[in-house]
Design a protein around this ligand. Structure first.
Ligand SMILES: Cc1cc2nc3c(=O)[nH]c(=O)nc-3n(C[C@H](O)[C@H](O)[C@H](O)COP(=O)(O)O)c2cc1C
Length: 163
């Protein structure tokens, strides 16, 4: 039977969104954008400070409702921006309300250059799953955007070929 594929992501400023959309197209997967009910203003100069604190204190914001059941999928691509060297609070909320076990999981992140322990921390939240790929994108919207989107598509296709 064909694998059911879901791409789950959060994005404040659009970088992770671009990759998530490219990945979902490349592998014909469904897509789920996670959004906190009250999100930070992406234009706010304070966003680093506010978001960084939320990340460090491991906040789990209430999410906007969605009707996708992640547990019904075989393969999940999970993407996040890096905030304070970690994955984002919205993704933390998603992990808390989802019970993922024995899934094939591929991780992607977008950062300004230093992704810290993002993947390591995601994997420890996702224990009991099989990790099938990971990739990082740095300053995506600032340079080589098209090249990186192609890289994301190729990566996602390769991940699926090897399943
Ligand atoms: C609250 C906050 C904290 C951030 N912390 C980091 C960090 O620790 N390391 C890093 O390389 N980039 C950091 N960044 C930059 C983002 O990871 C980067 O701009 C990313 O591409 C944003 O993804 P998005 O456009 O999908 O929201 C931070 C950005 C924000 C808003």
């Amino acid at each position: 039977m064909e694998n059911k594929i879901l791409v789950v992501y959060y994005s404040l400023e659009g970088n992770t969104k671009l990759i998530a959309e490219a990945v979902s197209k490349a592998v014909s997967g469904d897509i789920l954008q996670i959004k906190p009910e009250k999100d930070i203003n992406p234009k706010s100069k304070m966003r680093y400070l506010i978001g960084g604190k939320k990340s460090i204190t491991k906040e789990k914001p209430e999410l906007m409702p969605y009707d996708v059941k992640a547990e019904d999928y075989d393969v999940l691509f999970i993407g996040t921006p890096v905030w304070a060297g970690n994955f984002t609070p919205a993704i933390r909320s998603f992990f808390a309300k989802t019970n993922l076990k024995s899934k094939k999981i591929a991780l992607f992140n977008c950062s300004g250059g230093n992704s810290g322990k993002t993947f390591e921390n995601m994997k420890s939240e996702l224990e009991g799953n099989d990790f099938v790929g990971e990739i990082e994108f740095k300053n995506l919207l600032k340079n080589d955007t098209e090249k990186n989107i192609e890289k994301a598509k190729k990566w996602a296709e390769d991940v699926c070929k090897k399943l």
